[in-house]
Design a protein around this ligand. Structure first.
Ligand code: NAP
Length: 442
């Protein structure tokens, strides 16, 4: 009998795992279970709207979704519609690939004030994720502070600085496009608690900061070291040197009055969010890097700002009894093995690092574990899941339903944009022609 595999999560880790199983010689029946009607996870909701080419990988995922042995079960949530132990009893293998959808908190006094918005929520909002459609951030402030110097921090700062003309041909939903267009930031700060060498952003993303229609990077050349020092691979040295060269270019550039200033401030660790109920500023401590770590100097400074956007990493959301490693925020696992017949891939396995294609390695690893561990299917798999969902009145979305949603989004796109995203689950279901009976039935 075919080995039945349930993959929970339809982002890159889920699809790369499915792809590796499809390509295996063994006989698998693979069901991809996704809590939203729409597939592709971070490709749709994490990749920046102005980086449409990065999203093209979803075309390869589509080929996987349409493979004979694969089915898509959208709008089915682990813990709400089907339990973790139920999935284990229905499938020979369960692969957890549901990522890290929540924000890492700053953990400093005042980080709960209105106007402190983590990147998961903020990026989700401007990318049309239904969880964050109602976020309604108040962008009526002259200055914003982005915390962190990774690629997500640069995405957030860049998007805030872009003009309507730069964003209109993207799939950013109107609610976000209008709000960002109406904002008029004079200053956007990007704070790194360590130095330019330790910054995590990549060079392509950094250079984009110098190509903005209405934004100009501001860098203090005095903090850019002459060379990359410290123990690291040759390739890393080359990448870091490129970043330093770009930052030096930014430091040399002439001031451009009237443009939004994007201040790169290194060696600055946030210690307190200032203000009453709302953010009014940020207090930071100057740091030095000692043995790779940011160490406070005891010298503090403040910047006035009405918005604080931590882009400092992610954490998992609780998922129905799945064993989580509280410290790392991942599923407890050893190289992708979680428990008998249970596996994990992607961020939930190794933490929120790497690029999209890193998930291909994870998917192949997990598929090789399943190949080695399970030779014969013994469990009901797909038919069992369908029976359970039918008994509960759960109205799942198949891949053909998603294609209807996608066609409707393409038809609704602004001129030049790839799609006009639906931003609520009900609108997605309506576009798929699916009934909303499950919600009404509770
Ligand atoms: P990241 O690359 O790990 O960067 C996180 C940043 O937050 C670091 O600068 C980190 O500083 C800082 N940070 C962490 N905790 C902090 C704290 N308590 N206070 C102040 N700063 C703190 O993570 P990310 O930007 O969220 O990106 C996640 C992954 O997605 C990365 O692998 C990234 O490359 C990838 N990604 C890629 C792209 C792209 O290729 N275009 C776009 C988006 C995301 P320390 O280094 O000092 O810890």
């Amino acid at each position: 009998m075919s080995v039945s595999v349930a993959i929970v999560g339809s982002g890159p880790a889920g699809f790369y795992t499915a792809d590796a199983l499809v390509k295996s010689d063994a006989d698998y029946r693979i069901d991809i279970i996704e809590r939203l009607p729409t597939p592709f996870g971070l490709i749709r909701y994490g990749v920046s709207p102005d980086h449409e080419t990065t999203r093209k990988v979803s075309k390869a995922f589509e080929r996987t979704a349409l493979a004979e042995s694969v089915r898509y079960f959208g709008n089915v949530e682990l813990g709400r519609d089907v339990g973790f132990e139920e999935l284990r009893s229905l499938y020979d293998a369960v692969v957890l690939t549901f990522g890290m959808p929540r924000d890492q908190m700053l953990g400093i006094p005042g980080d709960d004030k209105a106007g402190v918005i983590g990147a998961a929520a903020f990026v989700g909002w401007y990318n049309g994720h239904p969880d964050f459609t109602g976020l309604d951030p108040d962008l009526d402030t002259e200055a914003a502070a982005v915390i962190g110097v990774g690629n997500v921090a640069l995405d957030v700062a860049r998007i805030l600085a872009k003009t309507r003309a730069e964003l209109t041909a993207t799939d950013m939903p109107d609610h976000a496009l209008d709000a960002i267009d109406s904002a008029s930031f004079s200053d956007i700060y990007i704070f790194g608690r360590r130095g330019p060498v330790e910054a995590k952003f990549s060079n392509v993303e950094l250079r984009e900061m110098g190509e903005l229609e209405n934004g100009v990077p501001v860098v203090d050349g005095a903090v850019i070291p002459d060379a990359v020092t410290g123990e690291m691979a040759e390739r890393d040295v080359r990448l870091k040197e490129k970043n330093l060269a770009t930052l030096r270019e930014f430091a040399r550039a002439e001031a451009k009055p009237g443009k939004t200033r994007l201040h790169f401030r290194f060696y600055a660790a946030p210690v307190e969010v200032l203000g009453d109920e709302r953010v009014e500023g940020l207090r930071l401590e100057r740091t030095a890097v000692v043995e790779g770590r940011a160490v406070g100097s005891g010298e503090f400074f403040e910047v006035p700002c009405g918005l604080v956007l931590p882009a400092i990493g992610y954490r998992s959301a609780l998922a129905d009894g799945v064993p989580l490693d509280a410290k790392r925020g991942t599923v407890e696992n050893t190289d992708g093995r979680v428990a008998d017949g249970v596996y994990a891939a992607g961020w939930i396995m190794r933490g929120p690092t790497g690029v999209i294609s890193s998930n291909r390695t994870d998917g192949r690893l997990v598929a090789s574990h399943i190949d080695a561990d399970i030779k014969d299917g013994k469990k009901p798999g797909r038919e069992g899941l369908k029976a359970l969902l039918a008994a509960r009145g759960v109205n799942f979305i198949g891949y053909a339903d998603w294609q209807k949603i996608e066609s409707a989004e393409i038809a609704a796109a602004r001129a030049g944009a790839p799609r006009g995203k639906f931003v609520t689950v009900d609108d997605m279901l309506a576009a798929a022609g699916a009934e909303t009976a499950r919600r009404e039935a509770g």
